[in-house]
Ligand binder design. Structure first.
Ligand code: NAI
Ligand code: AKG
Length: 530
């Protein structure tokens, strides 16, 4: 069998390829060469990117086999997460890989602006010795405003605390108590702008944050303000910044990120009071190795059909080892449920009973939904788009947990209501040391049968000799019955039989059985392996 193709679209640490291992056909492409990227995506199961490759709707659509987009870094503004989710493609990043490097670069920019290190270096290399021109300022007792007190903002605060600076922050999503623990005072954006000697920005680029710093904000700032942006280009309006720096409305700026990267013919590069770096926040050996290894591990998990802790568009996270065996069982129960339902479903309860119910079992809800839609929709169903498919169909989905399970150590049930009012249910469990996957209930009938590839479910009126009647039909069609369970509520009442058969029923067999036993229900339910 051909190995899945993993496409590396940007330069990554060699540790990435090592961590991917021998199981993939690893190919490279320049992610900024659009036609080449689109062509290469056609065969890719996974694509690994940094910040220069645009994985938009068009690129995602070009990846017909694509299962995972892995961003070796933090920012995901170059990935259309909504389009990926709709297409069932998992998006993962490496959220902590480069935060130390990015924080250290921000501190480096702050020190460069305080002490004119880049300018002095350039001047000396030009043969000059200008000591008074490059007289700087100390950070000690200066007010430093941190915009965004998340992972990187926090690391910056911890590092700047060592300089004896007075730290203030603006982050509407951070509590004053959390900030206080870091020795930072939370203030409004206006207060931060008015009070700061330095501002450093560490927020995501969103419609809300684009242009957060423009002419109006610079008008409120001290003329001595030095501002640093190592987060995303465009959070500072570049035209307004040019104006503020060239008119000395503010003192200086340090930028690692730009609206267009690389910024072609930007007037900012003509200014003396700006320090520019070409998006180097994550460019350290350590960060690149961490990011590469982290996404390689995520890609391996994702292509093995596992949930990935760093997936950003899948609820799942770390899966407890006790819960893990329930995932394939739940997927199969989902397929049985859809086979039984045979009509539009309006609600689904995913019930987890027994000791695992006390753990985080959200993943079992995803597995059930994946199973339910696997043989129902034409698109490929994954943990990513299964909840969306339920939402699009207006299906109300609930996860019900109960630590008490009377008969089985753990019992997984999918119970649903159809739009015509019919109720359908199937339950399963894992038994014995081999953890055999069994169906133990169908539509309220108790059964106990190992799950197989092909099942026949029959409902008919209980009467003597009926097994011989349908057994004859299967025998004459050359179909071997591997397992059978009959369940009934009362003698002579309705009975439900589940058979497992070794091969699919040929055309005409089900009809023949139906008329031979006068079955009310007769369905073949096949399980598609993930
Ligand atoms: N220059 C580079 O190479 C790198 C840049 N980055 C960028 O740095 C930025 C920060 O990354 P992390 O700290 O990992 O993110 P994070 O998600 O941990 O923190 C972001 C913080 O911003 C806050 N926030 C969101 N909207 C805000 C608003 N309107 N005003 C104020 N605060 C707001 C959030 O509450 C959160 O605390 C991101 O844009 C990321 O893409 C990350 C790594 C390297
Ligand atoms: O991969 C890179 O160099 C970009 C790093 C970055 O900006 C991020 O991780 O958000």
């Amino acid at each position: 069998m051909a190995k899945p193709v993993v496409l590396i679209a940007e330069e990554l640490s060699p540790a990435t390829v090592e961590a991917l291992g021998p199981d993939f056909d690893i190919r490279s492409v320049d992610g900024t060469d659009r036609p080449a990227l689109l062509a290469a995506l056609a065969e890719a199961s996974a694509v690994l990117i940094r910040s220069a490759t645009k994985m938009d709707e068009e690129a995602i659509a070009a990846g017909k086999q694509l299962k995972v987009i892995a961003r070796a870094g933090v920012g995901l503004d170059n990935v259309d997460i909504k389009a990926a989710t709709t297409a069932g493609v998992m998006v993962v990043n490496a959220p902590t890989s480069n935060v130390i490097s990015a924080a250290e670069l921000a501190v480096g920019h702050i020190l460069s602006l305080a002490r004119f290190i880049p300018e002095a270096n350039q001047s000396m290399k030009a043969g000059e010795w200008k000591r008074s021109k490059y007289t700087g300022i100390e950070l000690f007792e200066k007010t430093i405003g941190i915009v965004g007190l998340g992972r990187i903002g926090t690391l910056v605060a911890q590092r700047l605390a060592g300089f004896g600076a007075n730290l203030i922050a603006y982050d509407p999503y951070v509590t004053p108590t959390r900030a206080q623990q870091l020795g930072v005072q939370v203030v409004s954006l206006d207060e931060l702008i008015e009070q700061s000697d330095f501002i450093t920005i560490h927020i995501p680029k969103t419609p809300e944050t684009t242009g957060l710093f423009g002419a109006a904000e610079f008008a409120k700032a001290k003329p001595t303000l030095r501002i640093v942006n190592c987060s995303r280009g465009g959070i500072i309006d570049e035209e307004a910044l040019f104006e503020a720096l060239s008119t000395k409305r503010i003192a200086a700026a340090g930028l690692d990120v730009f609206v267009n990267e690389p910024p072609k013919d930007s007037p900012l590069s003509t200014l003396e009071n700006i320090v520019l770096t070409p998006h180097l926040g994550a460019s350290t050996d350590e960060a690149q190795e961490k990011a590469g290894v982290s996404v390689a591990k995520s890609v391996r998990l994702a292509l093995d059909g596992e949930l990935v802790p760093d997936a950003v568009n899948v609820a799942g996270g770390v899966i407890d080892e006790t819960v893990r065996p329930g995932i394939p069982l739940m997927e199969k129960l989902g397929q049985v449920f859809s086979g039984l339902a045979q009509g539009p479903v309006s609600s689904v309860d995913i019930e987890i009973r027994g000791e695992i119910a006390e753990l985080d079992v959200k993943v079992l809800k995803l597995a059930a939904l994946k199973g339910i839609f696997t043989n129902v929709v034409s698109e490929s169903v994954s943990y990513v788009n299964a909840p969306l498919l339920a939402e699009q169909r207006g299906i109300e989905v609930r996860l019900v947990t109960d630590a008490v399970s009377d008969e089985y150590r753990n019992l997984l049930t999918i119970r649903g209501g159809l739009t015509d009012g019919t109720q359908v249910s199937v339950s399963g469990t894992l038994t014995g040391t081999k953890q055999v996957e069994k169906i133990v209930e169908i539509n309220g009938y108790d059964v106990e049968l190992p799950i197989a590839k092909h099942h026949i479910v029959m409902v008919y009126t209980d009467r003597p000799g009926i097994v011989a009647v349908f057994g004859k039909e299967f025998g004459e069609a050359g179909i071997n019955i591997a397992g059978m369970q009959i369940s009934r509520r009362a003698a002579g009442g309705q009975a439900l039989s589940v058979l497992t058969i070794d091969s699919p029923a040929p055309d005409g067999l089900l009809e023949a059985v139906r008329s031979a036993i006068d079955a009310e229900v007769l369905q073949e339910i096949d399980i598609t392996e993930a």
